[in-house]
Write a protein that binds this ligand. Structure first.
Ligand SMILES: Cc1cc2nc3c(=O)[nH]c(=O)nc-3n(C[C@H](O)[C@H](O)[C@H](O)COP(=O)(O)OP(=O)(O)OC[C@H]3O[C@@H](n4cnc5c(N)ncnc54)[C@H](O)[C@@H]3O)c2cc1C
Length: 414
């Protein structure tokens, strides 16, 4: 049996891997370069707002089986909240039209035949266009697999695929879009209920995971940045953290759950995604107006998704590379103007924070999809995890957790 498993990186992939292995009674050593766990999925106290905010709003769907299983195992299901049925509110900011998309729970999509459940102005036949994603050839883009124009694309497929893939869908991988579609809408509305963390990402995904690990005797070593891995033949034999060198025992294993650019530095011979896309989040410290839906998809505006929390309104803009150099003040102004108009709140800018994540996800293009490595490497005791490994999904919580689970399964079989 493996002696110690060294898990490098305490993002969701590393945490998922550490939870699986410690749950099986294995000895786990968890190392994290930052001062806190969570990686790209974290909460922190923002001093200028005096609020705990997330680095970015994260949405799960009820069909994200690995993520929900993770939440269940760490006792955090109560932290994920959403409507009991699949409901998505939308607003077309160009003409003020509002609607609720309400796919029925079962796989048979009869909702497309019911006018007030589907997108206004669309007809049932329009929805067949998305079938192209399920039949797409390997390596095809969404633009090649389906018609990316017309009302339904503007009001449904465009915004949904942009947020799922974090890039202009036309250039994105149809294979990845098909995988998302198959596991969500294709599985019926029961798999598409939106779920968001009630008190933030930390309370939902990170703190309960750390508590579960602590109960199993695993405490992350923070500020531990892996600098190099030493190899001998087919095995990794030592970890170099700069000030500390950890020699590996004969049966020890490593799961490298770091971002792709770090993995590539540590293992120059692996091929990994090297093109990324950004996400901008805007947080406004203001109570949402009464009746504000927890989530609205906004069409025709810079604002794409508006989340309402008890103490703030937060906006997500995906594929946001074009905004990375825009001054934060002007972004806050532009976004708030749209949010104020959508909510009826006063035009005066409330306290705000803009969070720009430049490398939020790998670019979900067919070319980058080909660069995603499997969890197993040519070294017998070294495995990869992370949303960028070959999970078959775009960079998501679900993909990150599946990758950690897979690396743990490979360690177990070693
Ligand atoms: C703004 C934003 C919004 C998002 N929205 C959604 C959403 O709505 N739904 C969804 O499903 N997904 C969303 N995602 C994606 C999701 O957050 C990621 O897929 C997931 O968090 C990735 O987890 P990971 O463990 O693979 O990587 P990471 O979170 O990047 O974890 C890697 C960890 O390794 C550590 N590390 C790096 N180098 C070293 C080193 N040398 N030694 C030790 N440790 C190291 C890092 O500090 C980090 O903690 C979003 C991401 C962002 C940024």
């Amino acid at each position: 049996m493996t002696r110690t498993v060294h898990v490098i990186g305490a993002g969701l992939a590393g945490l998922a891997c550490a939870l699986r292995l410690s749950g099986e009674g294995r000895r786990v050593a968890l190392y994290e370069a930052a001062r806190m766990a969570g990686g790209r999925c974290r909460s922190y106290h923002d001093p200028s707002l005096d609020l705990v905010i997330d680095n970015g709003n994260h949405l799960l769907l009820s069909g994200n089986g690995a993520a929900l299983d993770y939440a269940r195992r760490i006792g955090a299901m109560g932290e994920l909240v959403g409507p009991k049925d699949c409901v998505f509110d939308f607003l077309d900011t160009r003409n003020g039209e509002r609607w609720r998309l309400r796919p029925n729970a079962s796989r048979l999509p009869w909702w497309i035949f019911v006018a007030d459940r589907r997108v206004p102005g669309s007809s049932p036949g329009d929805y067949l266009g998305a079938l192209g994603l399920l039949r797409a050839k390997r390596g095809a883009t969404i633009g090649e697999a389906m018609d990316c124009s017309g009302l339904l694309y503007e009001r449904l497929w465009g915004p949904v695929l942009l947020s799922a893939l974090n890039m202009d869908p036309r250039e994105a991988s149809a294979e990845l879009a098909g995988a998302v579609l198959r596991e969500t809408l294709g599985a019926g509305g029961a798999a598409c209920r939106p779920l968001a963390p009630r008190r933030g990402l930390g309370a939902a995904f990170i703190e309960p995971a750390l508590a579960t690990l602590a109960a199993a005797g695993v405490t992350p070593r923070y500020g531990a940045r892996l600098r190099a891995i030493e190899f001998s033949g087919e095995r990794a034999v030592a970890l170099d953290f700069g000030e500390e060198r950890v020699a590996l025992g004969d049966d020890d294993a490593i799961t490298l759950a770091v971002p792709p650019w770090t993995a590539q530095e540590l293992l120059p011979e692996i091929v990994a995604p090297d093109d990324f896309r950004g996400i901008v989040n805007a947080h406004f410290k203001i109570a949402p107006p009464p009746g504000q839906p927890p989530l609205i998809g906004m069409i025709g505006s810079l604002t794409e998704w508006l989340f309402a929390f008890g103490d703030r309104l937060s906006v997500t803009i995906s594929g946001a590379d074009r905004l990375m150099d825009e001054p934060r003040e002007s972004l806050a102004e532009r976004i708030w103007t749209e949010v104020a108009a959508a909510t009826g709140l006063p035009r005066a800018l409330p306290p705000w924070q803009i969070v720009k994540e430049k490398r939020a996800t790998f670019a979900a293009t067919p070319a980058q999809q080909r660069r995603r490595p499997d969890a197993a490497t040519r070294w017998r005791n070294l495995f990869l995890a992370g949303d960028w490994t070959a999970t078959g999904l775009p960079a998501t919580i679900e993909g990150a957790i599946r990758s950690g689970d897979r690396a743990a399964a490979l360690v177990t079989r070693m």
